[in-house]
Design a protein around this ligand. Structure first.
Ligand code: HEC
Ligand code: HEC
Ligand code: HEC
Ligand code: HEC
Length: 465
């Protein structure tokens, strides 16, 4: 009997060990990003972060080249995109592209990866033809997709990292042999653990439908009863696989873009969700207008199982970082790629704008000492933070209301509450916030409900309007 029990304990312990092997070992850093109590926080594993940071360091910029001298188009024979550069700038760009994309050793290293060394004007290597289109794609990203890439922008290095083929590309999956007569039925691309969805039993191709096609991503109904919403469990699971890919590519949790209180509500979502919305549209455009038309240019052995061209997704640029290369602005050193605000011709842009998200402004409270309307150091710090978030959300106004404790004379206390509100308003004005964004609002009741000296009632509340 005893032996049997021992065996089962050992088995149970082994089972727990196996279960936990899938978890990450502590410590985990936890950073709060939203209001308290709404679970808007990010968990980071410092050991895994160290590797991501190391993989996301930008290379040192090349010395700028002089804009003087003859133009490349006048000197060379077959320059179709970079012709306006001076010969010096053109050469700098070729060196940069070799560093970013070409193999570092072997017979294909350096210039010959794209060029026939006997004739640099020759377009016989597919890599040169692809590279020319890639220059245009990079310009398009930097000039037309500022809602996503901001002034940070991208260069070839953002995706390629010194490699001919970026670390993250995708193909359409090989067609499944549907076992419709068997027990499994149509698996709908599910239940086959795949890295694209972190080995979850979710549909493993979130890319084709959303980052090449434009299948609807929103699945939640906005009425209590199922009136018009036709989204099925299957569509919802597809949405989730895309969300898992997005979170994984950026190295963030779902709450980086959503308020877990209401997944679909845009007004409660942080600004990153709108950036992501543009990211989805950008990836779609790049795949459809730049990658897919290159299908005939790539050699057959570089195509996917269904003959499609390699395509990009969020991970192609982000590679585990919330901003590629943790926001290092490389593009500014390459105006020829549309960086640094270069005025290149604009292609057609999708007219739609992302739904309005939360301004990111949180309400604040400033506390005061007994009988005093002077800001404490702690209070001043809160207001510096508030002023800086007000500057990044251009229109939002705030309402400032003063309060006091119940001890002492009511008339004197009400004057004190008013002076406290003035002190907060003046500090925000001094920090550069225009007065028309600062509204003084006398609350219905300024006095605390608690009798005597209550530290929580000696305060000014700042609410977002
Ligand atoms: C990743 C591919 C790639 C690499 C690597 C590369 N080039 Fe180029 N090169 C191009 C493309 C694309 C063009 C055409 C640009 C255009 O049409 O505006 C070009 C054009 C040229 C031309 C103009 C030829 C003509 O007469 O039309 C010269 C010269 C040149 N490259 C030199 C170099 C040198 C030198 C190196 C190595 C330091 C190099 N390239 C590395 C892609 C590459
Ligand atoms: C947004 C990401 C992205 C950027 C930016 C980008 N590329 Fe690419 N590039 C790709 C993808 C995806 C492929 C397809 C990968 C493959 O060939 O399997 C590719 C393929 C290539 C290839 C063919 C590689 C091969 O051996 O088959 C060349 C050459 C190339 N890119 C050059 C460039 C140059 C030069 C730049 C900058 C002017 C650039 N790329 C910028 C994503 C990017
Ligand atoms: C990088 C930002 C980002 C991350 C991270 C993210 N989402 Fe999303 N999510 C979005 C965007 C943007 C949309 C809307 C897409 C659209 O309409 O094109 C969306 C839509 C959704 C929807 C559909 C809402 C509706 O209106 O029906 C759900 C559900 C959802 N996300 C859940 C999740 C879950 C669960 C996670 C974590 C696994 C997650 N999201 C991670 C940005 C994000
Ligand atoms: C062409 C490269 C590229 C691709 C593809 C790309 N991004 Fe980005 N993304 C960037 C760059 C560059 C930034 C930094 C912009 C900045 O500095 O504000 C950025 C920023 C973001 C941010 C804002 C982060 C923050 O904290 O402000 C989010 C969210 C984001 N990307 C989500 C996505 C999602 C989701 C996808 C895939 C649907 C995607 N990105 C695809 C280049 C890319």
């Amino acid at each position: 009997m005893i032996r049997v029990r021992l065996a089962s304990i050992v088995l149970a312990a082994a089972a727990v060990g196996t279960l936990l092997a899938g978890c990450e070992r502590p410590p985990i850093d936890n950073v709060q990003v939203g209001f308290r109590g709404v679970a808007m926080e990010q968990n980071y594993n410092p050991r895994l972060m160290a590797a991501v940071i190391e993989a996301n360091q930008p290379p040192a910029p090349l010395e700028p080249a002089s804009a003087d001298g003859p133009k490349a188009s006048a000197v060379y024979q077959n320059v179709k995109v970079l012709g306006d550069l001076s010969v010096g700038q053109f050469a700098r760009s070729m060196v940069a592209m070799s560093n970013w994309v070409a193999p570092k050793e072997g017979p294909e290293a350096g210039c010959v990866y794209c060029h026939n060394p006997a004739n640099f004007a020759d377009d016989s290597k597919y890599t040169k033809v692809v590279a020319r289109r890639m220059v245009q794609m990079t310009q398009n990203i930097n000039v037309n997709w500022k809602q996503h890439v901001a002034a940070t922008g991208v260069t070839c290095y953002t995706c390629h990292r010194g490699q001919p083929v970026p670390a993250n590309v995708w193909f359409d999956p090989a067609p499944l042999k549907h076992d419709v007569t068997g027990l499994l039925g149509d698996r709908a691309l599910q239940n086959s653990p795949a890295a694209s969805v972190k080995l979850a039993s979710l549909p493993y191709d979130p890319f084709g439908p959303y980052l090449a096609g434009d299948k609807p991503i929103r699945v939640q109904g906005d009425t209590a009863l199922p009136t018009g919403n036709r989204a099925s469990t299957k569509q919802t699971e597809f949405t989730y696989s895309l969300m898992v890919h997005m979170s994984d590519s950026l190295g963030v949790n779902c709450t980086y873009c959503h308020n877990s209180r209401s997944w679909q509500d845009w007004e409660q979502s942080p600004p990153q969700r709108a950036t992501a919305w543009y990211g989805i549209r950008m990836a779609r455009q790049l795949n459809n207008e730049y990658m897919t038309p290159l299908t005939g240019t790539f050699p057959a052995n570089r195509l996917g199982p269904t003959g499609d061209v390699p395509k990009l997704n969020c991970a192609t640029c982000h590679q585990g970082a919330y901003k590629p290369l943790f926001g290092a602005p490389m593009a500014k050193d390459h105006p020829e790629l549309g960086g640094g605000g270069a005025a290149l011709p604009k292609a057609a842009m999708p007219a739609a704008a992302a739904p309005a998200v939360s301004s990111g402004l949180a309400p604040a409270t400033v506390f005061f000492a007994v009988g005093s309307a002077a800001l404490t150091d702690e209070g001043s710090k809160v207001l510096v933070g508030l002023a800086s978030s007000m500057k990044s959300s251009a229109d939002a106004k705030v309402a400032i209301s003063g309060f006091h404790s119940a001890a002492g004379s009511l008339a004197q206390n009400q004057e004190l509450a008013k002076q406290r509100a003035f002190a907060v308003r003046d500090a925000l004005k001094a920090a550069g916030i225009p007065e028309d964004r600062l509204v003084l609002e006398k609350p219905m009741q300024t006095e605390a409900n608690v009798s005597g000296e209550d530290p929580r009632s000696r305060r000014v509340d700042v609410a977002v309007r």
